[in-house]
Design a protein around this ligand. Structure first.
Ligand SMILES: [Fe+2]
Ligand SMILES: [Fe+2]
Length: 169
């Protein structure tokens, strides 16, 4: 968990990214269950925040920005489209390239994004502490989201929630 003050600090670190329409478009894409890519990215970033409290400020800043852009591939992987076939294997590189093209991220940040899908991309092994923090945070958050999504679908309470959401939207 991160405090309200820490959340504000995080928003400042990510402010230019949060202002971007392309980043905001991640709210339209589903990542796992009912969680959007935007919310997934924020959860992974908050987890990295928790794990990097003792890191030097500049290193930490890079980790948090890379964490927020780690799935900046900009499509809904559930939609069938030949351009994002084999999503699991290819999206890390695509996100890294997008982050470089749009936000001119450093090589260090680019590598963190590019390596986050290890071991699915077995040749891209995380090599630094930051790369490991991001890779493990993503696994942990993804597992929780997928698991929660599964139970939401299965449980009667989940069905009720789905109905409520449908009525509201
Ligand atoms: Fe990913
Ligand atoms: Fe992810």
């Amino acid at each position: 968990m991160i405090s309200e003050t820490e959340r504000q600090e995080l928003s400042e670190i990510l402010s230019d990214l949060l202002d971007s329409d392309l980043v905001q478009s991640m709210k339209r894409y589903i990542q796992h269950g009912t969680v959007s890519t935007f919310d997934h990215a924020m959860r992974v970033t908050e987890r990295c925040y928790e794990r990097s409290r003792r890191m030097p400020a500049e290193k930490r800043r890079k980790l948090l920005r890379a964490a927020f852009l780690h799935d900046f591939y900009l499509y809904d992987w559930h939609t069938k489209d030949p351009s994002h076939k084999w999503h699991g294997f290819h999206h890390a590189r695509r996100a890294a390239n997008n982050a470089k093209a749009v936000f001119h991220v450093s090589e260090e940040e680019c590598r963190m994004i590019d390596r986050h899908m290890w071991p699915l991309n077995p040749e891209r092994i995380p090599m630094t502490k930051s790369e490991w923090i991001l890779t493990l945070a993503d696994k942990r958050v993804s597992f929780a989201e997928t698991w929660q999504g599964f139970f939401k679908k299965k449980s009667p309470a989940g069905k009720e929630n789905e109905k409520e959401t449908a009525t509201r939207s």
